[in-house]
Structure formats: C-alpha cells, structure tokens
Design a protein around this ligand. Structure first.
Ligand code: SDX
Length: 441
C-alpha cells in the first residue's frame, strides 16, 4: 500500500493506492489523520467501487468511528480522557468531575460541577415498581444477571427521556443512567445477601452513597470511611471509559439502530460480563485463590502458555496495551494504600499477585507477546479488601463504565454522519441447493 500526496486540504488529500494484483484494478483510498494516533485508510467506498469487502474479525485493525472522548496509546501505555491523563485525573479529580468531562468535553467550573452533581444526586432513586423486578430473581442469581435485567427494565419506565433526537431528553437519560446504576448495583447486592434495600441519601457523595446503600443496615448507624470512599471514587475514575472496547462497541451498535438508551446500556453490561472483558476482575481473584501459593506459580504459567489448555493468565494481556496498562499501575499503588489503611497490609493475595507479576514479566512467553497486567489484575484485590464479594466486582466495573458507554452513545447519536452499523462477512457456507423432502433424507 503506497501513500501519495500530503497536507490536509481536499486538493492535497493524502491517498493510498490499493492494487488488486489479480485484476490489475487500482483504488485510491483517502488517508485520514486524527489529532493523535495512527492514520486510517478510509475504505467507505471500497465495496461500492470494487464489490469486495475488507475482512477483520475481532476488529484488530479497524477503526469503527471517529471519537474525541478517549485516546489510548498502547505502545506508550498512555490513556487520555479529553486530553487529560488518567494518572492526573486519578490523583487530582473525582468521579463526578470525570463524568462531566467525558460527557461535555471540558472540566467543569465550580458552578457547572455543583449543578451536575445535583442533577445526578436527584435522579438516584428508582421507581418503586422496579423493586418487584429484583424480587423475581433467585437469591443466588449472579448480580450481573440482575444488572442486565434491571437496567433493561428501566427502558420500560422513563418514556420522557427516550426521544433520542431531543438533546434535552438525551441529557436527562444520561443523568438517569449514571445516577441509578449505584442504586441498582447496591440493590443487587442487598438482594443476594437477603438484606433490605437501603435507599440513597441526597447528603452523600456519589461514592459515599454507593458504599452506604451497599453496606448500611437499618439496625444501626453506618459510618462511611473517607479512605474507602476515596478508594471507591478512584476505582470508578479508572474504569470510566476506554475507547472502543467490546462493551462500548456493543452500546454503539445497539444505539445505531435508534434503540432505547437504557436497553443499549443493558447490552453493554451483557458484553462486559464476559471473562475476556470486565468479568476478568472476578476471574483474577478466582485464579489467585486457585494458585494459592507462590510455589505453584510456575505450574500455572506453563498452563497459560499451553495452547491445548484453555487456562489464561487472567488480568494479563490487552488488545491495545503492549505496555503497562496505566490503570493497573494506579491500582497497584491504591492496593497498597487501601490494604494499609484497612490494616490488611500482609494480604497474601496481594503478595501472590505481586510475585506472579514479577515472574511473568521475566518470562519470554509474556515478554515476547507484550503481555502486561491490565486494569483487572489488581482491582479485585482492593474490592475484596473493601468487603465486596467477588460476584460484585464486574458490577462495580459496569457501574463505573456507564458514564463511558453513555458518553460514547451520545457522541454517536450526535454525529451527523451516523448510520446504522451493519457489517458484512466472508461467506463460507453452501452455494444454492434444492430442498430435500423429509422422506428422502
Ligand atoms: C478489559 O478492550 C478494552 O479496552 C478492555 C478493557 C476496558 O477497559 O474496556 O481494558 C477491560 O477487558 C481488560 C482485559 C481483561 N481480560 C483479561 O485479563 C483476560 C485475559 N486476557 C486475554 O484473554 C487477552 O489478553 C485479551 C482478551 C485481553 C486480549 O486478547 P487479544 O487481543 O485477542 O489477544 P490474543 O488472544 O490474540 O493474544 C495474543 C497472544 C496469543 O498467543 P499466540 O497465539 O500469539 O501464541 O497472547 C496470548 C494468546 O494466546 N495471550 C495470553 C494471554 N493473553 C494473550 N496467553 C496467556 N494468558 C493471557 N492472559
């Protein structure tokens, strides 16, 4: 693929030439450049001009959209939200401010932040009828199954915020989703442990409210630990958005048909649940508990390398990061801080995780494939220390990622060039053949 031309104006539009060596056909493809990151070959006219499709299962080389929300440089291990580094946001910002930034593109003024926080606070209650949905589940239902069902059910409630062509209704729907996810997550937990639901309070911050709804009981005062609230808020920031990952792409594709926004978020929750994606944080803890002792690490590393063994080192590897996931770096630091604060400094799981990371990063298999710890490697250790059961780990990921899904959904809806997503395929099935009557088969 040769690249010709230069500059950005139409006259000097950069192009690349695709040559089909069988037919001799040549196609000029526009080369588009973003503000950061790789340039792209614009193939939108390829099928119309050649009759051929491109082929990229798993989308390893495909840009599905233009977006200004999040930028990832996998080689550098860099993550920016609207240009601000995840390290600086985790250190200096809070989750409500990051939500505003992702939705509106700029850090809020003091007044804008106060107004946004008030809008989120005053949408945190659920319609009382929603409680009946929870009671329809078995008590041992996985909380992610409850989340998918409950969020999907929200699409039956808020008919005043589902006209996605109305900017005001889009913003109200966005606020409702961000605001109600902690309430739904906490209720999923309470239902699973047989405790009464705790209603949100308007005098608490977003993270404080979630901890309160999750861990308070009606029989006594619940004292919110500032350390846990800060750790919770930081964990939410680190999971807020991550470009076009599987669950975000699911939300975008669902939303591209004009579907109800709550139903689109339910689709994103379903995708995030998978162990290759957000479900990895629960799988990491299960893996660490199965390894049990650092003497068994070599055995599990050998299994991870064995192509005949489905076992993978959970919390390691990433489609984009070929360096440290910057979120994992922050979470490793937070793990030490939270465990120290909780008096669990010598948590054997953290020691085991650190030793596993050390050994893996010296192993050629992982080094050659640039497999580093990702966001899920340390998060479960912190969440377990904070008192969450492992079945709630991915629920917390979904809670935090809701703002990313909503911001990406909103950007897609507001894109004037937006069309329904409808990929094609490489067909490998039968050609046309006559029907065979039952008595002749
Ligand atoms: C998240 O996309 C995002 O942005 C996601 C996320 C977000 O914020 O939204 O960052 C959140 O989902 C993080 C990832 C959590 N998943 C896990 O930790 C599960 C374990 N990781 C792997 O399943 C895997 O690394 C993926 C799914 C994360 C990435 O898969 P890819 O990009 O399809 O990579 P691959 O399977 O092609 O792997 C390349 C090679 C293969 O070996 P070879 O065929 O080249 O010999 O690396 C190997 C893989 O077998 N490999 C692993 C491995 N991950 C990749 N081998 C052992 N253990 C692993 N964890």
């Amino acid at each position: 693929m040769e690249q010709t031309g230069g500059g950005g104006s139409a006259a000097s539009q950069k192009t690349a030439t695709l040559t089909d060596n069988e037919t001799g056909d040549q196609l000029e493809l526009p080369v588009l450049e973003g503000s950061l990151g790789p340039r792209v070959y614009d193939i939108r006219k390829l099928h119309g001009q050649t009759g051929a499709f491109t082929y990229d299962p798993g989308f390893t080389s495909t840009g599905s959209c233009a977006s200004a929300i999040t930028f990832i440089d996998g080689e550098k291990g860099q993550l920016l939200h609207r240009g601000y580094s995840i390290e600086e946001l985790a250190e200096n910002s809070d989750f409500m401010e990051v939500c505003y930034l992702l939705l509106h593109g700029e850090l809020p003024t003091r007044e804008e932040k106060a107004e946004f926080e008030s809008a989120i606070t005053y949408h945190s209650m659920l319609h009382e009828q929603m409680l009946y949905f929870f009671r329809g589940f078995r008590r041992d239902a996985h909380p992610m199954a409850v989340m998918v069902g409950a969020v999907g059910a929200l699409s039956a409630f808020y008919h005043d915020s589902t006209d996605i062509t109305d900017p005001h209704q889009r913003m109200v729907a966005s606020h409702r989703m961000i605001s109600k996810m902690p309430t739904i997550a906490a209720m999923a937990y309470k239902f699973s442990v047989g405790q009464p639901f705790i209603y949100p309070r308007n005098d608490l911050s977003y993270a404080e409210n979630f901890l309160y709804m999750t861990f308070a009981v009606p029989t006594e005062e619940y004292t919110i630990s500032p350390t846990l609230a800060r750790a919770m808020d930081r964990i939410f920031i680190l999971h807020a958005d991550h470009e076009q990952n599987a669950s975000t792409s699911t939300v975008r594709i669902a939303g591209s048909s004009g579907a109800n926004p709550f139903a689109c978020i339910a689709a994103g929750i379903a995708s995030l649940w998978g162990p290759a994606h957000g479900g990895a944080n629960q799988a990491v803890l299960e893996m660490l508990e199965e390894i049990g002792h650092k003497d068994r690490i070599p055995e599990f590393l050998e299994r991870a390398k064995d192509k005949n063994d489905p076992f993978r080192l959970m919390g390691f590897g990433h489609r984009v990061y070929k360096n440290y996931d910057p979120r994992a770096q922050v979470l490793r630091q937070s793990a030490h801080e939270v465990l120290d604060e909780l008096g669990k400094r010598d948590d054997p799981l953290l020691d085991l995780a650190m030793e596993l990371e050390r050994i893996a990063l010296e192993d050629d298999y992982f080094v050659e494939r640039k497999l580093f710890p990702n966001v899920d490697f340390y998060s479960g250790i912190i969440l377990k220390a904070m008192g969450f059961p492992r079945s709630m780990f991915t629920v917390l990921f979904a809670l935090a990622r809701t703002v990313g899904w909503v911001a990406q959904w909103k950007e897609m809806i507001e894109d004037p060039g937006q069309r329904i997503s409808r990929p094609r395929q490489l067909y490998t099935g039968y050609g046309p053949r006559p029907y065979v009557p039952l008595d002749q088969r």
